[in-house]
Design a protein around this ligand. Sequence first.
Ligand code: GDP
Length: 321
Amino acid sequence: MTRAPQTVFDLAGKRIFVAGHRGMVGSALVRRLASENCEIITAGREALDLRRQADVEQWMAAQKPDVVVVAAATVGGILANDTRPVDFLYDNLVIETNLIESSRRVGVKKLLFLGSSCIYPRLAPQPMREDALLTGTLEPTNQWYAVAKISGIMLCRAYRKQYGLDYISAMPTNLYGFWDNFDLQSSHVIAALLAKAHAIKTKGGGELLVWGSGTPRREFLYADDLADALVFLMRNYSGEEHVNVGVGDDVTIRELAELIVRVVGIDPKLRFDFSMPDGTPRKLLDSGRLFGLGWRPKTSLEDGLRKTYAWYLDHAAATAD
Ligand code: GDP
């Protein structure tokens, strides 16, 4: 049975700092918050380097937000994670530490931290429940990112315990949408396959190269649906445990590739590159807790892919080659 959500935090009239507002998640959240009666504050990378502790403290003291969303992170796909371990571990540790501690110092009332489904143990029982965190060995290709993000979740718990602050964490599944990174070396699978499929269409032929065996299973959430879930959680959730945010089902990478070529409007041969890593065999969240609170995603994978491809055509396709 679905419980009616009980508002625990009112966003109306609040100053909300969306850290990372140029990224896929942050920009979706800014779009979503525009329809709430709140004030959104942001800081571009040129104005504030979130890795510099003194700068972050100074900026936060001047801005005094009521709410902070930690949507800033160094992120990337399986190859980037595996080859730039310092960026994924160091950047994420300092960004989250600086933002969370400076939030405490300036009296931020509500903070939302973002984890990721890839930080659960590699072989966690599927679908993965919230209590699977820290029960097993991490997927080696993204262990650096995972350790940093697990630390962020633990920091929120620690600030709740020691200072009684309402700092919460959400755990989104694999994401895609506007402002995704379409660079083939560092992107996630949806952006990569959309860009590669589009290049085949433009050239008028060719095979679609898919990394790995095509058999891993992944769950995909449209970034605007995530933004809606984040607003829902800020309003209705106050608890120590992070909350999974997914759609409830997954597809194989082969099925995803087949859907993407249909969306792009081509019919190429798929070629699987077995020299590239598969990563974790399956990554499906159990989002029962969030669904039980009354939230559901609105966008099907096909619709989300169509919207993302349309955005790509408008924004990124010209610079992709
Ligand atoms: P992951 O969910 O952390 O493994 O991140 P990715 O989105 O990068 O990869 C998901 C799955 O898609 C992995 O099994 C990849 O090997 C596979 N994949 C297939 N083609 C591609 C591609 O062109 N780029 C990326 N990043 N992954 C791909």
